[in-house]
Design a protein around this ligand. Structure first.
Ligand code: ZN
Length: 225
């Protein structure tokens, strides 16, 4: 088999040899416990060759957000328009009439665009998170915006919440559900019945949001900037 899309890694906490699909990096990770031999690992991968190939083939198509791209951001349809001008001193973003206009002296806007969108997502998520937390008598101590590959968010009883900024590209009800999910964790650290009841109460449209994340969530990992 070809090992082009196979990344081998040792993991101190791993109990057994395992394969894990990394949707963001578009590779299959072969996880080896410290004691396992490389030979055993590769044999394991070989036994699952067909499954690995299938999983990699099923990865959502990459979506490049560049000049002229249409995309949904925080529930709003936008078209990206890049105005490149070497005379400009810095990069500015203006959102109007369904367009996100970028005035820039940069040939490659990837970094600045990502930073801008992350900041916008953070502001927006913070407002929604605070609103939901207030409804159950909780406060947000800190929100961090992450780009983790497998988790959409986390929340601790200390009021510290993290959310994946890629949620901003999901439909409104989907990211609203994830925000509600993390807010509900401020009250219930588990996934008990009480937790789900709170999560549902805090969601605008729990059913559709939950379903969308389950069915399409990993597509968010395929956005490229
Ligand atoms: Zn949870």
């Amino acid at each position: 088999m070809s090992f082009d899309n196979l990344k081998i890694e040792r993991n101190r906490r791993a109990r057994r040899i395992a394969l894990r699909l990394d949707v963001k990096e578009r590779v299959m990770r072969l996880v080896l416990p410290m004691r396992a031999s490389m030979k055993a690992g590769l044999e394991f991968a070989e036994q699952h060759e067909a499954w690995i190939a299938q999983k990699l083939a099923e990865l959502p198509e990459e979506r490049f957000v560049t000049d002229g791209s249409e995309f949904i951001f925080l529930g709003e349809g936008l078209t990206l328009r890049v105005h490149y001008d070497t005379a400009l001193k810095s990069t500015r973003f203006i959102k109007e009439n369904g367009e996100l206009k970028v005035f820039t002296n940069q040939e490659n806007i990837s970094l600045r665009l990502t930073r801008h969108l992350k900041r916008e997502a953070e502001k927006y998520f913070m407002v929604r998170l605070q609103e939901k937390a207030a409804r159950i008598g909780k406060k947000i101590a800190h929100l961090s915006i992450r780009d983790t590959k497998s988790r959409w968010g986390s929340a601790g009883p200390d009021g510290k919440v993290s959310l994946n900024w890629r949620l901003a590209f999901a439909p409104f009800e989907a990211f609203d559900y994830v925000v509600a999910h993390e807010a509900a964790h401020l009250l219930h650290p588990d996934h008990s019945r009480a937790f789900w009841r709170t999560c549902m109460e805090l969601s605008e449209n729990y059913r559709d949001g939950h379903r969308w994340m389950k069915q399409h969530g990993e597509k968010l990992m395929a956005y490229r900037f």
